[in-house]
Design a protein around this ligand. Sequence first.
Ligand code: 5AD
Ligand code: SF4
Length: 459
Amino acid sequence: MYFYYNIKNMKDKNFYIENYGCQMNISDSDIITSILLKNGFTQSKNLDEANIILLNACSIREKAELTLKKRLEQLKFYKKNKKIWIGITGCFSKQIKKIFLEKKIVDFFVSPDSYREIHNFINYSIIGKKYFFYDSIKKKNETYADINIIKQKNKKITTFLSITRGCDNMCTFCIVPFTRGRERSTDPNSIIKECERLYQNGYKEIILLGQNVDSYLWIYNKKNINQNQKNVVDFSNLLDLLAKKNPMMRIRFSTSNPHDMSNKVLEVISKHKNICKHIHLPVQSGSNKILKLMNRKYTREKYLFLVKQIKNIIPECSISHDIISGFCNENEEDHQDTINLMKEIKYNYGYMFSYSPRPGTYAYRKLKDNVPKHIKKKRLQEIIDLQRKHSFYRMQEHLGKVEEVLIEGESKKNNQYWYGRNTQNLIVVFPKKHLNIGDLVHVKIKNTTSATLIGDICI
Ligand code: 5AD
Ligand code: SF4
C-alpha cells in the first residue's frame, strides 16, 4: 500500500532548500526555487516550517559526500516526528542514491537536467507514488534557457548565470561528467536577455558559470540567420556581446580549462573595462606524468605558456588555481614539479585538495590510490603554506594603488566597514562613510593580509 496524502488538504507546499557544493549548485538552487514558486509552492527560510526539504547535493570530493551523509542521518530523526518529504537534487552519486533509498530517508532524487519538472516529481511523491529517481539521461539539451529566474530579495548585487552545463572533458578523477552529463551551451539570446533582466532588477555583477566556460559554443541554424550575422558564437564572441550590451554590468566567469582558453578570449577581456581581470585556471598538477594520468590534455609547458600570454595581454590579471595533491602514482618528484610551478607563477590564490577516489570515475576503476594518507596530508600542507606566502606577496602589489571596488555588503569582522571586490576578485574592506551596497567606488589600498586588502575611500 502506498501512503496517500491529499494535496488539496495541504495548506501549502512549503519547501526549504539547503545548498552544498559549488557556484553551479548555488545557481541551480535559484532555478529550482523559481520553478517551484511558479508552480504554487511557497518557500521557507526555516527548516521547521517546511514540509518539503531539498538538499542540493555535491559529490565532487569524499568530504562533501560525508557532509551530506551526516546531514541526512540528522534528518532521519526529524522525519520520525513530522510528515515531511526529503528530496536530493544536484550532484549525487549512485552510492548516495542506493544507501538513502534503502534507509527510506530520501523520498525522491532529481538530477540536474530534470529540474523543469521538479514540481511534478514532488507532487507524485506527496501522493505516494514511488517514482524515486528522476534522471537526466534523456535530457541532453536542457540548458534552462528562458527560465526567468526569481532571485531572492537579499540585497545581493552580484549573481550567477550558467552558460554551459555538464562537461565532456572526462578528467580521470572527476565525477562531474557522470552527475551532470554531457556538455551543452545555452542560446546566447537567452543569456543576453537574462543579463539585461538582471541589470534591470538591480544586479551590478554577473558571474558566468560553466564547468568549462571556454568551450562555450552556439551554432545557429544557417536558414534562420541573416547575412550579417555570424552563425557561430564562441566564448570570446559571447563575452564581447555581453560586455557591449551591458557596459554598466561587471562580468566575471568561471571556470576556465587551460586546454580550451584562447588568445581571442584574452583579447576580449583586455578590451572591455567591465570584464573583470581575473582568471580561475585550475592546473591540478605541475607534473606532466600526473597531468597525463589525469587526462588533462595540456602539459606543464603549455600551461606556463598560457600564463605568460595572460600576463602579456592583460598585465593586471590575477590568476587562481585548483590543485589536487596525492593523485595516483604521484611521487616526490611530481610533487616538487607542482611546487616549482607554483613558485614560477605565484598565484594570487587557489583551492587545494587531497585526492579522493570517486566511485565510477576512470581513476577509481583503473588506477591505484597508492599515495599514503600521511604523505597526501604532508604534501597538501606544503602546497597550502606556499600558496599563503604567494597570496601575501601578490597582495603587496596592490599597496598604495587606487582600485575600483563594487560594494557587496558589510564586513563580517567590523560593521563599520564595507567589503567588496576589485577587478582581480580580491576582497577589499574599508570604512563605510556615506556609501551604499552596489556603489562602484575608488579605494586606496593601505594595508593587506594574505586574504584581504584594507583601504580607504578616495573622494
Ligand atoms: N579528489 C580531489 N579533488 C577533486 N576535484 C575534483 N575531483 C576531485 C577528487 N576526486 C577538485 C579539482 C577541481 C575542483 C572543483 O575539485 O581540483 O578543479
Ligand atoms: Fe571535472 Fe575535468 Fe570537467 Fe572540470 S573539466 S568538471 S575537473 S571533468
